[in-house]
Design a protein around this ligand. Structure first.
Ligand code: NAD
Length: 480
């Protein structure tokens, strides 16, 4: 059985002591590799390596940091097929999706930040004829980067790339549910010649390895993506140590559809924004609000399209909905479908597990599920399900839909479909979310700020915001 290894001080290492956790292929339900069950001793080794590497890495010319990172991007490109396959096996997502979205984006994350640092500038302020101030950014030191399982390499590199580009050394932990491509990244970093200790990857369980990173006094900045509950623990723990925090947390995103939208385009994209990656994208629209006058038309057409989505083996090209990431998560989603029924919801399509033949007989599959007839205040409409489940709710006017859209504790993303530009802007300004898509979804420009409000998080990733997060700004005032 393949053993995944930690990457500490430039070397691939077994955990201390050599204990392992099973890694499952969710499409088959089989254990196919072993994950290090690391603990605080491995984290301490990683911290020692990072601290030793930091002075040199922080003072390495940015052209050189950029060159090494571009080499990493190049190697990701060269290994696209093996990385794609590994991501699909580990996560259950369709192979074509990993190939189209996940791995190209991991490559682009390195490219983006490798080149961004070549275009940075610092600020200067003249105080009349009295003084001149200049402000500049220095890397914060060691950064802790912890990521979830839904877009494994994509989100892992979205943190690591800006951190090392900024001159930090990193202690990173991928999700224990999807560790494989992070392990492959460590092999790539060795091949690319990343100096030892600059990136350290410690695999293992959240409450053990993750907590040891959060609690470590020598890690002053934490970039975390994951659930709101874990984020609350991190905020509670990190606050007394005054650590810098970037928290990208859960969502319950509204998708608001007005009667004057481009119906065909909206329909095509809404199928994607509801069920891509089995609905396990933090940006998926899980609450669909449809203007009353087109509700029946929308419902009929949406049901027809969703019923046609093929749930199947992630290896098959026709598969649109692959496996749910784990048995535990499958059970959680099914419990929410049950809750929706108890709350009075009517299942329009789907509503349960799918049993496949062949190699996927024991895999974890759920059919895309549409539910109507629920009040916006019920638990199904308030809590994050993070699966292929969406609710349909009609609305009469802007005021009503705004109130309902803003009624959850979350504030990550919202989608608005309308051809009335004034209305689109008006709504965008009034919705309590960090990211608004108008007549599109997941159209990403890596320069833009990315993140949520309320319980969806603190801070923003993306572009120079991400680079700045991994630095401290210093102002120097010189009297003229
Ligand atoms: P999770 O919070 O359970 O785990 C995320 C990571 O945190 C994992 O690596 C896990 O091992 C680690 N972790 C768990 N407990 C920890 C602890 N006590 N201390 C430190 N680390 C700990 O989340 P998940 O189930 O892996 O991911 C799904 C969640 O992520 C959803 O809520 C989803 O909305 C969210 N998410 C948010 C974004 C965003 O950009 N806002 C993007 C993707 C996913």
């Amino acid at each position: 059985m393949q053993k995944i290894l930690n990457y500490i001080n430039g070397e691939l290492k077994e955990p201390t002591p050599a204990k392992w956790v099973d890694n499952y292929n969710p499409a088959t339900g089989e254990v196919y590799s072993l994950i290090p069950d690391s603990d605080e001793r491995d984290v301490q080794n990683a911290v020692d390596a990072g601290l030793a590497a930091f002075p040199l890495w922080a003072s390495t010319p940015r052209e050189e940091r950029s060159r090494i990172m571009l080499r990493i991007a190049e190697l990701i490109e060269q290994k696209m097929d093996t990385l794609t396959e590994a991501e699909s096996i580990d996560n259950g997502k369709p192979l074509w999706l990993a190939n189209k979205v996940d791995i190209p984006r991991a490559r682009d994350n390195f490219k983006f930040f490798a080149t961004a640092i070549l275009h940075e500038h610092s600020e200067a302020y003249q105080t009349d004829n009295e003084a001149i101030n200049y402000s500049y950014h220095t890397p914060v030191g060691l950064a802790g980067c912890i990521s979830p399982w839904n877009l494994p390499l994509y989100l892992f590199t979205w943190k690591i790339a800006p951190a090392i580009a900024a001159g930090c050394c990193v202690i990173a932990k991928p999700s224990e549910v999807t560790p494989m491509t992070a392990f492959m990244l460590s092999e790539i970093c060795i091949e690319a010649g990343l100096p030892k200790g600059v990136l350290n990857i410690v695999h293992g369980l959240g409450p053990k390895v993750g907590a040891a990173i959060i609690e470590h006094p020598m890690i002053p900045a934490i970039s975390f993506t994951g659930g709101t509950k874990t984020g609350q623990y991190i905020a509670r723990t990190a606050a007394p140590m005054f650590k810098k925090l970037s928290l990208e947390l859960g969502g319950k995103n509204p998708n608001i559809i007005f009667a004057d939208c481009d119906f065909e385009e909206m329909m095509k994209v809404t199928v994607q924004s509801s069920f891509s990656n089995q609905g396990q994208i933090c940006l998926c629209g899980s609450r669909l609000f449809i203007e009353e006058s087109i509700y029946e038309k929308f419902k009929t057409e949406f049901i027809a399209r969703v019923a046609k989505l093929k749930v199947g083996d992630p290896n098959e090209k026709e598969t649109k909905v692959g496996a749910i990431v784990s048995l535990q998560h499958k059970e959680k989603i099914l419990s929410y479908i049950q809750l929706a029924k108890e709350e009075g919801g009517k299942i329009l399509v789907g509503g349960g597990e799918v049993k496949l033949d062949g190699r996927c007989t024991n895999g974890y599959f759920i059919s895309p599920t549409l539910i109507e007839g629920l009040p916006h205040t019920c638990r199904t409409n308030q809590e994050e399900i993070f699966g292929p489940v969406v609710t349909l709710t009609p609305f009469k006017n802007e005021e009503e839909v705004l109130m309902k859209a803003n009624s959850t504790q979350y504030g990550l993303a919202a989608t608005i479909w309308t051809s009335d530009l004034k209305r689109a802007h008006r709504m965008a300004h009034k919705i309590h979310c960090g990211i608004i898509w108008i007549n599109c979804w997941l159209l990403r420009d890596l320069r833009t700020p990315f993140g949520g409000m309320k319980q969806s998080g603190v801070g923003r990733e993306g572009g120079f915001e991400a680079l700045r997060f991994f630095t401290e700004v210093k102002n120097v005032c010189v009297k003229l």
